[in-house]
Design a binder for this molecule. Sequence first.
Ligand code: WT7
Length: 680
Amino acid sequence: MADSQPGSQHGAIDSVLNETRVFPPPAPERAGTPRWLVSSMDEYRAMHARSIEDPEAFWAEAAGELHWFEPWSKVLEWSLPDAKWFVGAKTNLCYNCVDRHVEQWRGEHIGIVWEGEPMPGGEPEVCRLSYAQLQTETAKFANVLKGRGVKAGDVVTIYMGMVPELAIAVLACARIGAVHSVIFGGFSAQAIADRVVDASSKLIITCDGAWRRGKVVPLKQNVDDAIDKLDANTVETVIVLKRCGNQVSRADGRDVDWHEQTNAASDDCPCAPLDSEHMSFLLYTSGSTGKPKGIQHTVGGFMVYTYLTSKYVFNLIPGLDEPKRDDAQNGQVFWCTADVGWITGHSYIIYGIMPTGVPTLMYEGAPNFPGDDRFWDIVQRHKVTQFYTAPTAIRAFMKWGDKHPKKHDLSSLQVLGTVGEPINPEAWMWYHRVIGGETCPIVDTWWQTETGGHMLTPLPGVTPTKPGSCTLPFFGIDAAIVNDQGKELPKGSGGLLAIRKPWPSMLRGIFGDRERFIETYWSKLPGMYFPGDGAHTDSDGYFWIMGRVDDVMNVSGHRLGTMEVESALVSHESVVEAAVVGMPHEIKGTGIAAFVTLGNGFDPTDDLKAALREHVGKQIGAIAKPDQIRFTGALPKTRSGKIMRRLLRSIAAGETLVTQDTSTLEDYAVVAKLQESEEG
Ligand code: WT7
């Protein structure tokens, strides 16, 4: 069991938690909110009950709000751990995100609002793409992909900054049934190489660079370095979008220019009718072993679930059934601040949001460029109505000070969301007060790369909220707290979080590793999905997530395996052995602490610490750089040779060891030394 408690990393606010304040849903008078889609808790409970008792009817109705080229013969075929949703049906994600709006009456409406990071002459660079333009651009780029030999089912790697062409590339893949594997721009060349090899991907789409806090991240250079690391010359094409104007190399025959290609391409490329169970994308995420796993998602089930969660959890009301009117988009603008390189960006920048017909905002850069108020400046200028971000960002905003949001008019906001890690009540209260003006509902959404969409979440304007709780299950989700035998525990107990019924956007596998799929998710608890989180319920049946129960850390809302970081450290010539644990961190939620044993002839210097941090950055990416490195003569181990991680976690957190049971510890001297060793 993880030994963390919600909020316990942030001691000062435990008092807030103990009061367990309940925030009743705000009235719809909140400026501009048209209405709340679900009107009462009774209605939520009735809909939830129906979704559990008759899931096929419930999901058929939801799916009916989207376009299908051919209908399903059966809504669900379930044989644990294999689910098939909308069996035999044919549909297309790009069609439902883009073409459908054009074919209805929304072609000239804005689908994507994009803002670049640079502010040339103080003016933001903004680009608004209508659904009709998106149709043309995705069709052209889909033809470029086809021209380079890409077929349905082939894996296309995307390693780009947050530019509109990233969304176009993703949607173009969806258009023709190519499987995209988007790699976050913060990952290193080694991480790209690992993912390209695992997915046998022959085509990479990248940019010359990406803007980040006024500097250029050399994306193309990282791709070149990744390709150099491959044993065989398997990458046939690299498509390069010029964004930053930095110098990049161009390998003959392999590297081609985005614009040269699209200018020459036809805009005639109908959306392929794909089987509902066709693989739409792979997204690599960390697990408890050293190797990231490629999570597989589908077309039909993923589409229906991310659409329905987008609609209800963010209260998106585009007026689908209304004829053309000036305010047909109800003035809503949805902004999710995640990068498309994470599942949050897949589901809630693109695939779930776009079918609703509400414009989705993409911002290219850092929250503090050119000033600490950039996000609030964006909210004001674009009149953002839904704002979805991570607790780690909220904690940074708090630290930067209230004066930044206070400079801006945030009254357009209707719903605030958070995702990625437990939100400490202090951050929740700040979000509620300073950003939401005490009237905006906050939706704390618990879910995972594997679940595809929100699983536990309030419905805005409906569910009374409690700071730090992700409240209740979404429609169709049967969640419970169980013990390690899978036995359900009564309300108010702590244990393992389990999901007992299949849902449309559940992962269908780990790419190329059936055994790991079964072992990780379907073997721990009999007959249930095991997400790897510890949680408890309270007397109202509200869920409180306590954190991972496996060797996975949640750093700034991003998942990293301790073994991944350990392997990276051990691959440095100086390191003999390394143990990595999470530790409380004011902004990141969890920081990374590394305990390192050096080989003969290496001195434990600050320079070496810096070199090791750089090395981990090169092996994985900057997010994996340890916050603390401690050199130690040996690691504390049990008599059977297991590293005592619990003990290391205590040391990293700066706790005294009196409370720890060290009776099985092999060498007390090791612990004493570690406690003395200076951190940093
Ligand atoms: C892990 C999944 C889902 C997109 C972002 C992260 C933690 C996620 C919450 C939340 C408490 C949360 C869990 C989960 N987590 N959302 N609202 N409250 N914890 O996706 O990288 O797949 O990580 O993030 O521990 O298992 P991911």
